[in-house]
Design a protein around this ligand. Structure first.
Ligand SMILES: Nc1nc2c(ncn2[C@@H]2O[C@H](COP(=O)(O)OP(=O)(O)OP(=O)(O)O)[C@@H](O)[C@H]2O)c(=O)[nH]1
Ligand SMILES: [Mg+2]
Length: 352
């Protein structure tokens, strides 16, 4: 078990064992809405749980939220991806501070920040987002959502909703742009920013074309010092390359911008560009269309996720049936589809 998972288990245990003293879902929701950071943090911990009772508590909290009753929240969800070391955390710190100056309340969620390195990253991120996490109007949660459910970002959607209910209106989600997690983050956010390094084609940067096609805005970071000429050249190369891309469903032109997250340069322009995109999507309908697609995808993912959790919480007879099916499939004695069908039939029979 990774240290981060152990810490999460300890936190979940603490929440569960306080069952008799902990607030009702209504009071818990009210505490979050009133800005109680501990209440928010603990509810986010629930989103990372693999236990049905925790998820039931979470559901009750979400249903008790006033915000969930409004048809469209005013918050913007912004995904930020890019290869390790491109400067995502540094960028989020600078970007977050700009948003705070503009009167926004900023929440930062990180998805699987430790996936590509061995530990250490959480500490690093805390120092990199030091200025932001100290601010009253900011909430930084470097949550290691390395879900053992197989879903990359299960729970992050709910974490976003919780942050919004707590009054944060700019939700920044950081993910490392090397695995599947960026697709998951794309499916959770309104605007998706891809950070790039100066120099090198996209292949060199380990960025797949598919990820470039998902981006709403490309940002060449580290446009400072001796990197400058190369950063500018890289930006114009990407601008050229984008012309060959298929039109994106939001109907906007994908722009390339340059920033120095370190020197906090060009960051306000990125914030302006994101605002302009959201304005455009609000008037052409894409904002709500995309949110609707995302909600439906969440429904689908949760159906799968809950089936998996139910399997873990299954009765001993169901558990031994599952073991038997696994064995048969592992030994090639049975087709996976056939075994899955038997499992699904078993479950249907058990239901009232
Ligand atoms: N020169 C320069 N260095 C930068 C800039 N932004 C970040 N860095 C440096 O690049 C290194 C990596 O920055 P991070 O912000 O941790 O990058 P990251 O993309 O979050 O990295 P991971 O979380 O490990 O994927 C650090 O040493 C930063 O100081 C920039 O704009 N210019
Ligand atoms: Mg980082």
């Amino acid at each position: 078990m990774k240290a981060s998972e152990a810490a999460r288990e300890v936190a979940l245990h603490r929440i569960r064992s306080a069952k008799s003293t902990r607030p009702s879902p209504e009071d818990w929701a009210a505490a979050i809405e009133n800005g109680d950071r501990d209440a928010l943090g603990q509810a986010i911990t629930l989103t990372e749980s693999n236990r049905l009772d925790d998820l039931q508590t979470l559901t009750a909290i979400l249903k008790a939220m006033k915000a969930s009753k409004s048809p469209r929240s005013a918050a913007n969800r912004i995904g930020i991806t890019g290869v390790p070391g491109v400067g995502k955390s540094t960028f989020i710190e600078a970007f977050g501070l700009v948003l705070l100056h503009r009167g926004h309340r900023v929440a930062v969620l990180a998805i699987d920040p430790s996936s590509s390195r061995s530990g250490g990253s959480l500490l690093g991120d805390k120092t990199r987002m030091d200025g932001l996490s100290k601010q009253e109007s900011a909430f930084v949660r470097p949550s290691p959502t390395s879900s053992n459910l197989g879903g990359v970002a299960r729970g992050t959607y709910e974490a976003i909703l919780l942050c919004e209910a707590a009054g944060y209106d700019r939700i920044l989600v950081e993910t490392v742009g090397v695995g599947q997690s960026e697709t998951a983050v794309r499916d959770l956010t309104d605007a998706f920013l891809l950070l790039m390094l100066p120099g090198g084609g996209d292949e060199l940067q380990g960025i797949k074309r598919g990820i470039m096609e998902m981006a709403d805005l490309l940002v060449v970071n580290k446009d400072d010092g001796s990197n400058r000429p190369l950063a500018r050249e890289t930006a114009s190369q990407y601008q050229q390359a984008l012309r060959l891309f298929p039109p994106n469903p939001g109907g906007h032109t994908v722009q390339v911008q340059s920033t120095s997250a370190l020197e906090k340069d060009g960051i306000g322009e990125v914030a302006d560009a994101v605002d302009a995109l959201v304005d455009q999507w609000s008037s052409n309908g894409w904002f709500e269309t995309q949110r609707q697609q995302q909600r439906l995808r969440q429904l689908d993912e949760h159906v799968h996720g809950l089936v998996r959790i139910a399997r873990w919480n299954a009765s001993s007879s169901a558990a031994s049936a599952w073991k038997r099916l696994q064995n048969e499939v592992a030994n090639n004695a049975r087709h996976p589809l056939d075994a899955a069908q038997e499992w699904s039939n078993l479950r249907t029979q058990q239901e009232p």
